[in-house]
Structure formats: C-alpha cells, structure tokens
Design a protein around this ligand. Structure first.
Ligand code: G6P
Length: 607
C-alpha cells in the first residue's frame, strides 16, 4: 500500500530515494518523505500530496548523506498531512512503515507513560519510540530493533535507521513485501524490485517474519526466532526505465490503447501456433483431477475471476466459487479435497488475496495464480502461475491488466475443458480461433474512441449511472461501474440485468443513464426485455452490443456502441474496452486526476 525504500551506500542517498519513490508512487500518494543521516544526525524532509511536492521541498532544502529511508504513503491512521507523513523520527531513530500495527494504542499508552512524546496520529510512530526506548536502555542497535519488532502485532514492512549506528539499516517483514537489493558497495531495501530497478537487479525477497540488517557490504537475514537464514538472490527482470505516457494525455489512455499488443503477447504465452492449440505451462498437478475451483481476488481482478466462473463452468463443467478475498478469508469455507484455488492479481501483493491463498494451501488445495508481476509474493507462493503480459500498468484504474487476466483465464478454461474431455477438438479450434481474433477486434473497438467520447458527455452530467449485463457480460457491467466510480467519482452500480426489476429499477428516471451490455447471444431477448423495462420508466439506455443487437434494439437505445461481431465466448474481453473508454472520457470531462484518483492505491497490502 505504502511504498518503502532504503539505501546505504556511497552516493547521495536523497537522489536514490526519490528515484525509488517515484517508482513506488502507485502504492499511494497521500504524502511522501525521506530521512537521511547527516553528520550522525537524522535529517528529514516530508510533504503532503504527491512526490513532486517532496522534490520541490528538497530543491529548496536539500538533504545530504549516504544512508537514508523514504516513503510514499496511503493513509490508514491519521489524515494525510505533513505531521503524519513518514519517516517518523526521534533524535535517534527514523522509521518508514507499510501496513498496520494493530496493537499501537496499547504500545503508545505504555510509551507515553514512560515519558515519550508523540507528534503524529499514526500507528507507525510507536515503532520509533519503542526502538528509541530499547536504545536508551543500552541495547545495541540491532538488538533494539529486534526487540521492538518482536512486540509488534499486525502487518508491517519496516525500514529502520538509527543515528547511533550509521553503518546499517534494519528491515522487517510480516505481511507486506520487502525486498533486499544487492549493489556494489551499496545495499538497498525496497517494497519491490521495481523500486530498486535503477540501482540493482540482484534481489532477495524477505519471507514472512524475516528481518534483515544491511550494511554497505551485504545483508544478514534472520527469521522471527533470530536464526540466520538464507534467501535466494534472484536476477530481477524488472526494467529500470520509467514508463512514459508517449503521445497520450494519461497513462490510463495509453494503457487502454496498448491492449491489442498485450492481449496478443498474453495469448502467445499460452498458445502453441505449431499445434494451433492452447498449451499451458507444465502444471505440477493434474487438472483432470480437479473437481471444484475457488477463485479469489479483489477489485477489478475479482471481476476477472467472476468471468472465469462462467467460462470454466461452461467449458470444463466444474463448479466454480468466486469470491472477494476480504470475505473469503474470515469465512474459512470448507473446500473440496481435490479443489483448485485460483488467485487473480495484477500486483501479486494484495493482502486480501494473499491470505486466502495461504488458507487454501493449508487446506491442501492446488494453487494456481494469474498475475502480472512474476516475482510477486502471490506468484512465488503458487504451485503454478499463468502470467499476464500486460507490462507495467501505471494508471491506478486497471485496464490492460484486466483484459490480459481475461485472456489468460480464457486459455485456462479452454485447456481445462480439453483435458477433462468436456469440449471436443472442433470446439477447441473454434474457441482458440476466437481468442486469436481478439487483438484485432479490440483494435477495431478502439476506433470507436471519438464516438464513445461523445457519449461520455452525457455520463459526465449524471449523478448516478446503472450498468446492466447478463451471463459473462454481468461481470463487465460490474467492472464498468467500478471504473466509472474510481476515476470520475460518479456513483455507479453494476447489476445482473435480470435483477434490476428486483430493486434498482426504483432508481430509474430520466436522469439516470443505464449502460446495457447485451451482445446478440442466446440471452439477448432477455436483455432486450430489461431494456424495455428501463425505457418504460423514462430511462435512457446506452447500449453496448454488436451489429445485430443494435439493429434489433432499434430506437430503444438513446446511444449505441456497436462492437464487432465475435464469438460470444470472447465478448467479455471485447466489451471491456468501451466501458473503460466511457469511464476515461467521463473522468476527463469532470476534470479528475485520472491516473491517480483520490483515496486509491494500485497495490493494497493492508486489510
Ligand atoms: C486495488 C486497486 C484495484 C485492483 C485491486 C486488486 O484496490 O485500486 O484497481 O483491482 O487493488 O489489485 P491486484 O493487484 O490484486 O489485481
């Protein structure tokens, strides 16, 4: 959620920290700050808002030093002002933190009773005072940090800098990720390999409960009982180059337009052109033995999981339960002994998805994940991974990550049906060929951009918008509504079209646009009836369909977005594009911060 970076080296720490923070801004942008050691004392610069504000602060008041820690914040405890910005510090200790310290109130009361004065509303500041307290009791720096870490409950990735010992930094992980970067006479800590990419590609990932001491020459990693452990140093493939917007006004628009390319890249990963068939990477378990699938994810990725439910049930005839991670994890559902846990995540770090993964693993489920970041925790903890090839997605609202998840899941569904014998060779050929056509059909839809922009003018005026869909278009209705909410701040609801009459129909009047996703498939007549129900109540319909559907709806729809006619199987991918563009243009018309919408973060590593 928040982003952490730390450096102990030879060069100017501030520059390196800012470089790392820029790459971590996707984790939150409520405030940013750095602290370094200058002549044995802690120097600190912090600023509310985005990293540019911190950079401006540093331009006026530069900060020297070769050791430092930095942070970009997504607020959990305490409003996003300068006082609550990390690093938090005493005269001896500075700390940056990602996560939530659940016992902070109790620790704070204890430390305040001992005379410690707090200057923020955050949970993090207790770590500063705890470490300071142990240093004051005479513990050496490493021991003080270890004792403090042992007292913390909740979830944390921490970087701790101590003035009495300027030749080391301490990092710790329980929950949110933390990576150690190995340089030449320099060492680093970072929330992920991306943060450290310009400095090094030699990375070791801490495991849960690990803590680490880094010096200029190396790292000593210990587990929670204090034993020295070895964590493999891997060669990260993450590029150090910062992605640019190119000719586009926003990253989101660029990423929407990249979809033909990245969908093709993802399909190529799972398709064997020589055999003209879907060919998934070797799985360390037999898909044929799977009798139930549980798919768990959050946000947009959950909707990808929901589409997979329709696809897998239809093609493999295996029941699929789809759930959001935050509900699944505390329900502790009973699972089939031959079950598959299917986890979908762009970042591969979402806490609400990771914990269910571990639960499923502990219950003997086979674990398969669809992730965009191959080195992420979810990828590393899975039995098998179906990678998406979306590349770095910078816009907080997910677009190309979502459709590439759908592509990977479509390949899984076909393969699943094939190995279980529930689809024959002809069906496999038809479905694969439908997938092969997706990149160019998506490119066709992108040509409708100007028309969709025009329709967005109507949405931009609305206070509420309804999105309706049936079958595998239902999750796309949910995704369309989420996209609109996230970036335009207009209230929107996605509903199964048939459910509208059971409640949301009460909302319909001439001021509530209704976006109906209704391809001309076997459910079209049903959707048409729902559309009539909207019209009968004075509602205005924006229809997303194909040529036949648009023709059949005739003048019922106020506006139509006519998609190319494709196999119904791939409609969810194709129909994702207009809902993304509708949300994008509406947000631009409303003047919101499209790439970094308020209150959101791209990777959420807290509950
Ligand atoms: C956050 C983002 C969403 C994203 C969700 C899941 O809430 O704002 O856009 O869909 O996390 O993220 P993941 O990385 O697991 O796909």
């Amino acid at each position: 959620m928040c982003g952490i970076v730390g450096v102990i080296g030879r060069a100017n720490a501030s520059e390196c920290l800012i470089d790392g923070l820029r790459r971590l801004e996707y984790r939150g942008y409520d405030s940013a700050g750095i602290a370094t050691l200058v002549d044995g004392a802690i120097g600190r610069r912090r600023a509310p808002g985005k990293i540019v504000n911190l950079v401006e602060r540093l331009r006026i008041e530069p900060l020297g030093g070769t050791v430092g820690i930095g942070h970009t914040r997504w607020a959990t405890h305490g409003v996003p002002n300068e006082a609550n910005a990390h690093p938090h510090a005493s005269s001896k200790v500075a700390v940056v933190h990602n996560g939530i310290i659940e016992n902070f109130q109790q620790l704070r009361a204890e430390l305040e009773a001992k005379g410690h004065t707090f200057s923020s509303d955050t949970d993090t500041e207790v770590v500063v005072h705890l470490v300071t307290d142990y240093l004051d009791q005479g513990l050496p720096a490493e021991g003080a940090a270890f004792e403090a870490i042992r007292r913390l409950e909740g979830a944390f990735a921490l970087a701790i800098m101590m003035a009495p010992n300027p030749d080391m930094l301490v990092g710790a992980r329980k929950g949110p990720p933390l990576a150690v970067g190995y340089g030449d006479g320099e060492m680093y800590l970072g929330s992920d390999a991306l943060a450290l990419a310009p400095m090094t590609n030699r990375i070791a990932y801490l495991e849960d409960g690990d803590w680490v001491v880094i010096t200029r020459n190396g790292a000593t990693i210990r587990n929670q009982t204090g034993e020295v452990v070895h964590r493999k140093i891997v060669q990260s493939s993450v590029s150090g180059a910062l992605a640019g917007k190119g000719e586009y006004r926003h990253f989101m628009l660029k990423e929407i337009f990249e979809q033909p390319q990245v969908l093709g890249d993802t399909l190529r990963t799972h398709y064997n052109p020589a055999e003209q068939s879907i060919s998934l990477a070797q799985m360390p378990f037999d898909l044929r033995a799977i009798d139930r699938v549980t798919t768990v994810a959050c946000g947009t990725a959950y909707y990808a999981g929901l589409v997979a439910k329709y696809w897998i049930e239809m093609l493999a005839k295996v029941p699929v339960d789809a759930d959001v991670g935050s509900e699944f994890r505390y329900r502790e559902p009973p699972l089939s002994p031959n079950g598959l846990g299917l986890f979908v995540s762009q970042s591969g770090e979402t806490a609400d998805t990771l914990v269910p993964l571990r639960y499923c693993k502990s219950k003997g489920q086979k674990i398969l994940s669809v992730v965009n970041v191959p080195e992420s925790t979810i990828a590393r903890e899975s039995d098998a991974v179906l990678p998406t090839q979306a590349g770095p997605e910078i816009g907080v609202a997910s677009t190309k990550a979502f459709t590439t998840q759908l592509m990977a899941l479509a390949c899984l569904a076909i393969n699943f049906g094939k190995v279980r014998g529930t689809i024959d060779a002809a069906a496999e050929a038809r479905l694969s060929s439908a997938l092969l056509s997706v990149p160019s059909r998506v490119a066709d839809v992108l040509h409708l951009d100007a028309h969709i922009k025009h329709i967005a003018e109507e949405l931009a005026e609305a206070r509420d918008v309804l999105y309706l869909g049936r079958g595998s278009s239902y999750p796309i209705a949910l995704e369309g509504a989420l996209k609109l909410k996230e970036i335009s701040y207009i209230h929107a609801e996605g509903y199964a079209a048939g459910e509208m009459k059971h409640g949301p129909i009460a909302l319909i009047d001439e001021n509530v646009p209704v976006v109906v996703i209704a391809p001309s498939d076997f459910l079209f007549d049903k959707s048409l009836s729902n559309l009539e129900q909207v019209i009968a109540r004075g509602g205005r319909v924006i229809l997303i369909s194909d040529e036949q559907g648009v023709k059949r709806a005739g003048r019922l729809a106020s506006h139509s977005i006519c998609l190319p006619t494709v196999d119904p199987f791939v409609v969810p991918i194709i129909a994702s594009i207009p809902v993304q563009l509708l949300a994008y243009h509406t947000a631009v018309l409303r003047g919101t911060d499209v790439d970094q919408p308020r209150n959101l973060a791209k990777s959420v590593t807290v509950e």
